[in-house]
Structures are given as C-alpha cells and as structure tokens.
Design a protein around this ligand. Sequence first.
Ligand code: HEC
Ligand code: HEC
Ligand code: HEC
Ligand code: HEC
Ligand code: HEC
Ligand code: HEC
Ligand code: HEC
Ligand code: HEC
Ligand code: HEC
Length: 478
Amino acid sequence: MRLRVDDGQSPLKLAGHALVALSILVATAALAAPRPPRAPRAPRTPVEIGRVLAEGPHAGDCESCHTQHAADQPEAYPRALIGPDDNTLCDRCHTGAWSSSSYGGTWLYAGSAHGSGTSMLWPGPDPPARGDATDAGLCVNCHDPHGWTDAAGRIPGLMVAREEALCLTCHDGHPAAADVRTEFLKPFRHPVTTTGRHAGAESLPEDFGTSPLPRRHAECEDCHNPHVARADGPLPLAAPAASARNLGVSRVAVLNGTAGSPPIYTFLPASDTLTAPVAEYQLCFKCHSSWTTQPAGQTDFGRVLNPNNPSTHPVEAAGRDVALHPLSFASGWSATSLTRCGDCHGSDLGAPAGPHGSTNRHLLKRPYDESPLPRTTTEDELCFQCHAAPVYLGGPSPALLAYSRFNPPQVTGGHALHVSTNGVPCGACHVTHGSTTLPSLLVVGRNPGILSYQRTFDGGTCTTTCHAPQSYTVNYGR
Ligand code: HEC
Ligand code: HEC
Ligand code: HEC
Ligand code: HEC
Ligand code: HEC
Ligand code: HEC
Ligand code: HEC
Ligand code: HEC
Ligand code: HEC
C-alpha cells in the first residue's frame, strides 16, 4: 500500500492543505478528547511540515492522517487526527506483520521492551522531550510521522534522530536503565559510528562485507530489532541461545561438513524467530564468517568453530573432549558447558551485557594477549574465568596440578612450569576459538612456540623453538 506519492501537487497546493490542516488543528484543540497536556514540540509551521513530509515515505495528503471534517467523525481526536493519537493510527496502514523488514506488527511490538516500557519516553532536546506518561511506548518516540531533520538534512526512516544517535539518546542511563553510550566511547568497540552504510533490509553477503564495495558496519539495528527486543526472563540463558534482546534480527545458520571445511550457510530473515537453533553466534556470522567477505587477517569463525574440527571452544555444540576433569574448570564450568561469544566478548565491567565496547583489546571482558612472546600470566586473565587458575598457573596446592593432563605428576613440567616458571603464555601453544587440524586447541608455527605436534593415545611429542623434541604421558585418559 502506498500513500498518494507526488500526485502532481504543486508546493502551493500542499501548503494550502497544510494551512487548512493547521487551522483545523487549532479549531479542534478545544474539542479534543481529554488528554493531559504534553511538552510543546519545536515550533514547525505547517509549511515546513509539508516540505519534510513530501520528501519521505509518507508523502501525500495531510488528510491520510488528519481530517478537515471532524464533524463526520463519531469523536474528534487530538491534533485533528483521523483516530486516537497512538499506535493504532500507524496500524491502520502498517497492517501486515513483517511486510517490511523489521516491523513485526502490533502484538510483537506491544510485548517488546519499547512497546511496554513505562519509561520509554523521548528525553529531548531535539525534538523536544515528551513529558506525558501516556506517550510511553508510542512509535512517535522514535518516528516522526512527518519526518524530522538534523544538520545533515532529512533523517531517513522517519526517525527523530540518525542511526545510533536515536538509540543512545535514551540508552545513556536515562530514561533507559543501562548506560550503553559509555561502552561505545571505549577504545575497543563495534563501529556503530560508521554512517550511511546500514540500510534496513540487508540480506546479501555484500551488504556486510569488505568487497565489492566497502560495506563493513555494525549499527544497533544489525544486532537489535527495536520493535521486538525485550529483556530475558529470570533464568540464565542456556548457550548457544540468543538473548530476547537480539530477537527479530536476521542471522546466518550453518550446516557443518567435515573438519576444516567452511559450512553451508543459510540466511534467515528478521521475521524468522523460530527456526532452531536461535543462536547468538548466528548473529555474529553475518559479519564474522566466510558467508560475507571479512577484512584481511580476520578469522573465519564459521570454519574454525565447526564442531567436527579436532578441537573448538564449544560455541556451536558441546566440545569433543568429554573426559576433561571437572576440577580443571573454574566453578560453574565443565566439559559439557557451551560458551557463547558473549561469555568472552563484552564490557570490561561485566555490564551492561553485549559486545558493545571494552577497554580490553579484541573487545574482551577480561584481558588476554594471544602473542606467544614471554610474559607473566596473571589470574585475572580471560582464560581463568572458566579454567581453574591454580591448575594452570600452579600455586600452594601442587595436588591440583594433576587435574590437567599436561602437568606433574606424569609430565615433568607441563602447564605450570611453562606458564609460571618460564613465562610462556597460553598463546605460544594454543589458539583461542578452534583448530581445524590439531587437538586441544594446539597451534604450530608461532614463534616462540611449537614447530610440530604428534599425538599418541596417552600423550604426545612436541618439537619447539625452545628446546629439543620432548614426549610426555598424560595424567589421565582422554
Ligand atoms: C502519516 C500520518 C500523518 C500525516 C500524513 C500527516 N500527519 Fe500531522 N500528525 C500526525 C500525528 C500522528 C501527529 C501527532 C504526533 C505526536 O503525537 O507527536 C501529527 C501532528 C501534527 C501537528 C501538531 C504539531 C506536531 O508536530 O505535533 C501538525 C501541525 C501537523 N501534524 C500537521 C500536518 C500537516 C500540515 C500535514 C500535511 C502536510 C500532516 N500533518 C500530515 C500524523 C500525520
Ligand atoms: C495512511 C497510511 C499510513 C499511516 C497512518 C502511517 N503510515 Fe507509515 N507508511 C505508510 C506507507 C504507504 C509507507 C511506505 C511503505 C513502503 O514504502 O513500502 C510508510 C512508511 C513508513 C516507514 C518507513 C520509512 C522508510 O523510510 O522506510 C515508517 C518508519 C513508518 N511508515 C512509520 C509510521 C508510523 C510510526 C506511523 C504512525 C505514527 C505511521 N507510519 C502511519 C503508510 C502509513
Ligand atoms: C525505539 C525506537 C523505535 C520505536 C519505538 C519504533 N520504531 Fe520503527 N523503526 C525504528 C528503527 C531504528 C527502524 C529502522 C530499522 C532498520 O534500519 O533496520 C525502524 C523502522 C520501521 C519501519 C520501516 C520498515 C521496516 O519494517 O523496517 C516501520 C514501518 C516502522 N519502523 C514502524 C513502526 C511502528 C508502527 C512503530 C510503533 C508501533 C514503531 N516503528 C516503533 C525504531 C523504532
Ligand atoms: C525513547 C527512549 C528510547 C529510545 C529512543 C530507544 N530505547 Fe531501547 N529502551 C528504552 C527503555 C526505557 C527500555 C526498557 C528497559 C530499560 O529501562 O533499560 C529499552 C529497552 C531496550 C532493549 C532491551 C533491553 C532490556 O534488557 O530491557 C534493547 C535491546 C533496546 N532498548 C535497544 C534499543 C535500540 C537498538 C534503539 C535504537 C533503535 C533503542 N533501544 C532506542 C528506551 C529507548
Ligand atoms: C573462549 C572465549 C572466546 C569465545 C567463546 C569467543 N571468542 Fe573471540 N576472541 C577471544 C580471544 C581471547 C580473542 C583474542 C585473539 C585470540 O586469542 O585469537 C578473540 C578475538 C576475536 C576476534 C578478533 C581476532 C580475530 O581472530 O579475527 C573476533 C572478530 C572475535 N574474537 C569474534 C568472536 C565471535 C564472533 C565469537 C562467537 C562466534 C567468538 N569470538 C567467541 C575469545 C573468545
Ligand atoms: C567462557 C568459558 C571459557 C573461557 C573464558 C575459556 N575457556 Fe577454554 N574451554 C571452555 C570449555 C567449556 C571447554 C571444554 C571443551 C571440551 O570439553 O571440548 C574448554 C576447553 C579448552 C581447551 C581444551 C580443548 C580440547 O579440545 O581439549 C583449551 C586448550 C582451552 N579451553 C584453552 C583456553 C584458553 C587458552 C583460554 C583463554 C584465552 C580459554 N580456554 C578460555 C571454556 C572456556
Ligand atoms: C554486534 C552486535 C551488537 C551491536 C552493534 C549492538 N548491540 Fe546491544 N547487545 C548485543 C548483545 C549480544 C547483547 C547482550 C544480550 C544478552 O546476552 O543479554 C546486547 C545488549 C544490549 C542491551 C541490554 C544491556 C543490559 O545489560 O541491560 C541494550 C540496552 C543494548 N544492547 C543496546 C544497544 C544499542 C543502543 C546499540 C547501538 C548504539 C547496540 N546495542 C549495539 C549486541 C549488539
Ligand atoms: C553487522 C555486522 C556485525 C555483526 C552482526 C557483528 N559484528 Fe563484530 N564487528 C563488526 C565490524 C564492522 C567490526 C570492526 C572490524 C571488522 O570490520 O571486522 C567488528 C569487530 C568485532 C570485534 C573486534 C575485532 C578485533 O579485531 O579486535 C569483535 C570481538 C566482534 N566484532 C565480535 C562480535 C560478536 C561476538 C558478534 C555477535 C554477538 C558480532 N561481532 C556481530 C561487524 C559486526
Ligand atoms: C608449552 C605449551 C603450552 C602452554 C604454554 C599452555 N598449554 Fe595448555 N596444553 C598444552 C598441551 C600439549 C595440551 C594437551 C594435553 C593432552 O595431551 O591432552 C594442553 C591442554 C590444555 C587444556 C586441556 C585440559 C588439560 O589441561 O589437559 C587446557 C584447558 C589448556 N591446555 C589451557 C591452557 C591455558 C589456559 C594456558 C595458559 C595459562 C595454557 N594451556 C598454556 C600445552 C600448553
């Protein structure tokens, strides 16, 4: 359905309509159904309203929403509208759920954090603040049905502010509770500040890729649907589930083949909130897998997280190393746990949730340097959020070392000796996400590091840049 778009109206005629509408607005103000007064908006003349309206998707007659004939109506509505000044006005025309890319209809919106939030009121100042509690949850907190302009001209999508400025005006601690704005000021962050690249319904790999055109971007809407997002229930999310905060956003599902091969990808549109699994990593795969073209040097996470690989962190499915000792893990974690990207990537403060920004490199929740160069590894590093620090660093209870297979008593040396005594960091021997060729997330070719690794049923042999080839026997079976 379309409004009457540019049906040959002269600007004069449009302005004429506008003036008529204005006089009606003034005339009906007294008749308007009782509604508490709200803070006045920026004084725009009807002519200005007509001008911005004519440039946008609602171009056409003022009469599609306002009436000159209030007397024909059973009731006169505020601002001479053809119906109540609420979301039902929008739904007269925006009827088909998901008929466009992100608006999923009345009921989905009503159940969202925005549709039901009692504090969801535009705080101003441009356009001016909405002070009337009955305006909470209205579409017009984010959309101006006529259109709005900023210094760069008409704002696309009938929005009252451009791109992330719209969301961050509220998500800075007021009126929305979590301060997401500060996260995006941190040195490592998703680049929401890239302007003009995000465009509504993006469904092709090149919409997110580096080629044929540089289209890399990450706006709030690439990960959140403002018409659908809501908080999760009281129970902790079971990985790999996506949070309800990320529902109603397009994603990329995978069908995995043999170890090391990239998966077969299927793009799922925003309207698909049911095809299982609805997983967080599928959201990330839009931009961080070989479905699209990633920046040079970035890992293809679709390929390295394939659960058929010899080893992975358990993002898509539980890990292959089922016999890992429970006490080799930090409390709350085990060999059967799954990890979400968001368990490792997110705010250095732990909250607000989400990979928005961090003071740690690679947008990590806790510090970690993957460089193989010698350094002191400390307990506050990322790995020990889930792996027991005393097992890998050593400490006052040598008995704990035996919970790692690569440690005394069977191994002379092993983890604690390498890491704590010799200053060899995890990154000299391990990759983080997954290995397409080696077990135990081992990596060859780093310097200093392992040159070749040969696994046996109860141990292994390493040739390294540091010492002569050495064989070891594990503390317990695999
Ligand atoms: C798509 C629907 C729609 C169309 C088309 C439309 N309006 Fe509106 N108008 C509204 C709504 C909804 C409001 C109340 C907005 C609110 O509560 O903030 C409104 C409010 C107004 C107001 C009150 C001041 C303000 O900005 O809130 C004026 C004046 C106005 N419209 C003029 C016009 C003129 C002139 C035209 C045609 C050039 C027009 N409108 C076309 C929906 C529309
Ligand atoms: C009289 C019918 C009508 C009413 C009432 C109406 N719209 Fe629309 N709206 C349309 C049409 C038609 C389009 C263009 C759709 C298209 O291009 O496919 C549109 C487009 C939009 C867009 C898309 C902007 C873009 O650039 O992609 C938004 C956002 C929108 N409307 C919001 C609203 C809101 C919010 C309200 C209520 C305040 C509202 N509409 C009321 C008919 C209406
Ligand atoms: C919290 C802010 C916010 C609220 C509230 C909101 N929208 Fe939107 N809306 C957006 C943003 C942002 C987009 C652009 C989405 C994108 O770029 O992917 C959008 C896009 C749209 C579109 C364009 C086409 C599409 O489906 O993507 C329509 C139509 C629309 N909104 C209608 C509505 C209606 C109707 C309501 C109220 C029932 C509403 N919106 C409430 C922020 C909001
Ligand atoms: C007019 C103010 C306002 C605007 C604009 C706004 N939000 Fe919100 N948003 C809220 C409020 C209020 C809540 C309810 C939860 C709270 O208080 O934090 C909320 C909730 C959310 C949630 C769910 C979080 C939770 O745990 O409840 C997400 C995700 C979200 N908003 C994202 C966005 C995005 C993305 C945009 C921009 C397209 C946006 N918001 C624009 C006010 C706003
Ligand atoms: C177990 C913790 C962990 C999980 C789970 C995890 N990451 Fe990482 N990620 C890291 C660490 C640590 C680094 C730092 C570089 C390194 O060690 O490879 C990193 C680096 C990155 C980088 C930048 C470097 C590169 O290799 O391209 C991206 C992008 C990234 N991760 C995305 C993801 C995505 C997407 C997911 C989920 C599909 C994910 N990560 C899951 C820990 C994790
Ligand atoms: C969010 C929790 C979490 C974090 C953080 C984490 N891991 Fe893990 N890690 C796991 C789980 C769960 C497994 C078990 C997988 C399995 O059983 O196959 C695992 C397994 C491993 C394995 C063994 C893989 C195998 O196939 O035997 C290595 C090596 C490893 N992690 C190294 C690291 C390093 C190095 C870091 C820090 C950069 C780290 N982990 C951070 C949860 C985590
Ligand atoms: C790269 C994807 C991505 C981008 C870009 C992104 N978010 Fe998020 N956001 C997430 C994820 C993932 C979560 C966490 C969901 C969970 O696990 O609870 C989240 C959580 C949130 C929350 C809830 C925080 C809390 O703890 O209450 C809000 C609010 C939010 N995001 C708003 C925004 C806004 C506003 C923007 C743009 C300025 C934005 N996000 C950009 C992925 C993203
Ligand atoms: C719409 C695209 C998009 C989505 C979806 C997305 N990202 Fe990103 N991400 C980017 C862009 C763009 C960058 C900046 C570097 C680049 O181009 O990859 C980035 C950077 C990162 C980095 C820092 C990389 C580094 O080199 O240090 C991490 C970590 C990351 N993303 C994790 C995630 C996770 C986890 C998710 C899913 C929850 C996710 N991203 C979803 C676009 C996206
Ligand atoms: C000198 C090389 C080396 C360094 C440094 C190293 N590892 Fe390992 N790691 C190994 C080897 C070899 C295995 C395989 C043991 C086996 O054969 O099962 C292993 C296995 C693991 C496992 C699987 C469970 C277990 O312990 O048996 C985890 C978890 C692990 N390492 C974590 C870490 C963490 C965290 C760090 C940094 C604090 C680290 N490793 C540093 C060589 C190393």
